[in-house]
Design a protein around this ligand. Structure first.
Ligand code: TLP
Length: 345
């Protein structure tokens, strides 16, 4: 039980004592010179887990996606992505600003482009028409409530893109959640794609950092882009050390976060004025809608007064994210707060 139940995001997780210890002891060197042994260990481990030739440690998921997108495309091309994707909605328009890229947002049911949509949306060769340079996927999908895309679906989508010579990037900020939820090895999800970003500082609880993984040739380009964006860090093994502990100790326990999210969703489903389908909760994100004027604000104010923090996520929508600093008692406390607030509704 914690004093404050913070369900705003899994990015709020505190590093574990083992992470802090590993950080204090980390062997380091200048990573721009590629001389940091701890970063090299982390990158090798990331490449191994994703089944890719190489990996690159970057500052954040946003930087990982931007580096990947820039390293895969040419200025003025078009990128194809889901309308609710993080790259389109929450990365400050970086792909347009830095890459001169036009986006083609596609509406999807669960956050995942289908092979058919990819076939239909990839542009034909014609001097009037922009060139599709990249297809982007997101797994798990944040705005679709942590939904998971199975490896077979990714294979189909990637095959459709590759058939037309278009590479595929996977924003796998929470890819370990998908792997744990579906009980499949991480590499099954990453094998079909050309590049993947995953985050250490969400459910895995490391303080900082993400990994970009792909072919050796792609990572060499990505390393150049990272430097250009100011992401070349020096004795950054201090951070990589925490990342190695995260990969070692924090993956399997994600199942507990998924249980907590389901418990939360089941409790919320019966409450007046709230709309959600608990059957759709697959991982650690619960998004629900409040069908009452001003209700989402009322709910978040009421929760805050009861030391429960939740996140308003678009008009009338609330997002709750479970993570290692939220235990079962905390979930029950949050449910008590929701019950009290919605009782008169
Ligand atoms: N998402 C954050 C916010 O930006 C919304 C959160 O609290 O969920 N891809 C996906 C799917 C993400 O959810 C996020 C972070 C990122 C990329 C970016 O990662 P960071 O925050 O490390 O830049």
């Amino acid at each position: 039980m914690h004093d404050i139940v913070d369900l705003r995001s899994d990015t709020l997780t505190q590093p574990t004592p083992a992470m802090r210890e590993a950080m204090a002891r980390a062997q380091v060197g200048d990573d721009v010179w590629e001389e940091d042994p701890t970063v090299q260990r982390l990158e090798a481990e990331a490449a191994r887990r994703t089944g890719k030739e190489a990996a690159l440690f970057v500052t954040s998921g946003t930087q990982g996606n931007l580096v990947s997108v820039l390293a895969q495309t040419r200025h003025g091309q078009e990128i194809l992505l889901d309308r609710d994707s993080h790259i389109l909605n929450y990365e400050g328009g970086g792909a347009a600003l830095f890459g001169g890229l036009q986006t083609m947002p596609v509406a999807t049911e669960r956050g995942f482009l289908t092979a058919r949509q990819v076939r239909e949306q990839i542009r034909p060769s014609n001097i009037h028409i922009p060139v599709t340079g990249l297809v982007c996927l997101e797994n798990t999908h944040n705005r679709h409530g942590g939904s998971c895309c199975a490896p077979e679906e990714i294979e189909e989508v990637a095959a459709a893109a590759h058939a037309q010579g278009v590479p595929v990037h996977l924003d796998g900020a929470r890819l370990f959640n998908a792997a744990v939820a579906l009980g499949r090895p991480l590499a099954d999800f990453t094998r079909p794609v050309d590049s993947v970003t995953f985050c250490l500082s969400k459910g895995l609880a490391a303080p900082v950092g993400s990994l970009v993984c792909g072919s050796g040739e792609f990572i060499a380009r990505a390393r150049r882009v990272r430097k250009m964006l100011g992401g070349g860090m020096r004795q950054v093994g201090i951070l990589a050390a925490a990342g190695l502990v995260a990969l070692d100790t924090m993956v399997d326990r994600l199942a507990e976060d998924h249980d907590h999210a389901r418990r939360l969703a089941r409790g919320l489903a019966g409450l007046p004025g709230l709309q959600l389908d608990p059957g759709k909760v697959q991982t650690n994100i619960v998004i629900f809608h409040v069908d009452r004027e001003g209700g989402a604000q009322e709910l978040s104010d009421g929760c805050l007064a009861r030391k429960v923090k939740i996140h308003q996520f678009g008009p009338g929508a609330i997002r709750c994210v479970t993570h290692k600093d939220v235990d079962r008692e905390d979930i029950d406390r949050a449910l008590d707060a929701f019950r009290e607030i919605t009782k008169p509704w």
